[in-house]
Design a protein around this ligand. Structure first.
Ligand SMILES: [Zn+2]
Length: 362
């Protein structure tokens, strides 16, 4: 066997850093806050088909697909209940939308219930994007994000979704903590309570986008979210209401619709922050991921505009019951984890040694 050349070893060392940064961000976004171990099992199921970390896989796939002016369809907003969207998903989507705009020049296009639009628009503005409802003129708005309403009362959701997908022409579709229907077409909260009433069936739009070749990324934390269908069996077995919701619909909470890349995190929002951190790392640009102070503004603006904390249902800037101080600190740790390896050129000799060991099977 011939020895690898210096160039080959440099490439291996570079891939090694990518892998390590991605693993760090996967680990930071999967801290087991509830202490029940379920998320780790679901993460394992989602990770099984991938040798690379999930957040890195998602970021690389999105960067490969999106270019300046590309539309990225973003689906988020869990009414908990109507008319109050929960912060989880909404905040992370704003953070990720800003990252995709900065990293790729993409135009995030959100489609959600009218009740979600106000808090979502406030979060997007907090993250620095200019919100418009005009899809046709989106490229004339600097640093734009588009927010379009989709009513829950539409009888012809399938036909409307097909027409909307033709208009948006998304290169990619990202769902973060978006309710996902089970095989019966019913939506549920995590523990099985039926949530279908008031939820717009944007699953149709997601599938129309996928059928047109858009890359799909699903980010969830319990399996009842859109895009979790790739780990359907694990959700059925490993979550309390996954197989039998108890609502009488004949199914469970497990979402039937899969994604090309399934990202599991302790809190869906954290998965979105971690993907944004991977984008910042891949672009070698820390500004791709908002800083902690901007993050706090995003949370506060969203709550002022109607978002609530899901578990407690208070109008506070907590995400999944976790306080904004913790979340801002975690986001800053992610920023540091994404930034440090690019600044530590002094470590290259150690990386080359390790890359050679890995190539030798060590
Ligand atoms: Zn049910």
């Amino acid at each position: 066997m011939s020895q690898p050349g210096e160039d080959e070893l440099e490439v291996s060392a570079s891939l090694l850093v990518d892998q390590c940064v991605g693993e760090n961000l996967d680990q930071l976004s999967t801290l087991d806050m509830r202490g029940d171990g379920i998320l780790r099992v679901l993460y394992g199921a989602a990770r099984a088909p991938h040798s690379r970390p999930l957040t890195l896989t998602a970021a690389q796939a999105l960067m490969g697909r999106l270019e300046t002016g590309s539309a990225v369809l973003m689906l988020t907003g869990f009414l908990a209940p109507k008319p109050f969207p929960e912060t989880d998903g909404l905040i992370g989507s704003a953070v990720l939308a800003a990252a995709l705009e900065r990293a790729c020049g993409a135009v995030p296009v959100f489609v959600a219930e009218p009740e979600v639009a106000s808090a979502l628009s406030a979060a997007l503005r907090g993250a620095g994007l200019n919100v418009t409802a005009e899809l046709a003129t989106r490229t004339e708005v600097p640093h734009a994000a588009v927010v379009l309403p989709f009513s829950a009362e539409v009888a012809e959701a399938e036909a409307i979704s097909a027409a909307l997908a033709d208009r948006i022409e998304p290169a990619a579709c990202v769902a973060v903590e978006r309710p996902g229907a089970n095989p019966e077409g019913e939506y549920h909260y995590a523990m099985g309570k039926n949530a279908t009433r008031g939820i717009a069936p944007v699953d149709f739009l997601y599938r129309e986008a996928s059928a047109r070749g858009a890359l799909t990324v699903g980010v969830g934390d319990f399996g009842n979210e859109l895009g979790m269908g790739a780990i359907y069996d694990a959700i059925q077995t490993e979550t309390p209401a996954g197989k039998d919701c108890g609502c009488g619909c004949g199914g469970g909470t497990a979402c039937a619709t899969p994604a090309d890349v399934t990202v599991l995190a302790s809190v869906s929002d954290w998965g979105a922050y971690a993907i944004a951190a991977c984008l910042a790392y891949l672009k070698r640009d820390p500004a791709v991921l908002v800083a902690g102070d901007v993050y706090r503004r995003v949370c506060e603006d969203a709550v002022r505009a109607g978002a609530i904390d899901g578990p407690t249902r208070y109008a506070t800037p907590h995400v999944d019951g976790i306080d904004p101080g913790f979340n801002a600190a975690l986001l800053e740790v992610m920023r540091g984890a994404a930034r440090y390896p690019s600044r530590s050129a002094g470590h290259s000799a150690i990386r080359l040694f390790r890359a050679a060991r890995v190539r030798a099977g060590g």
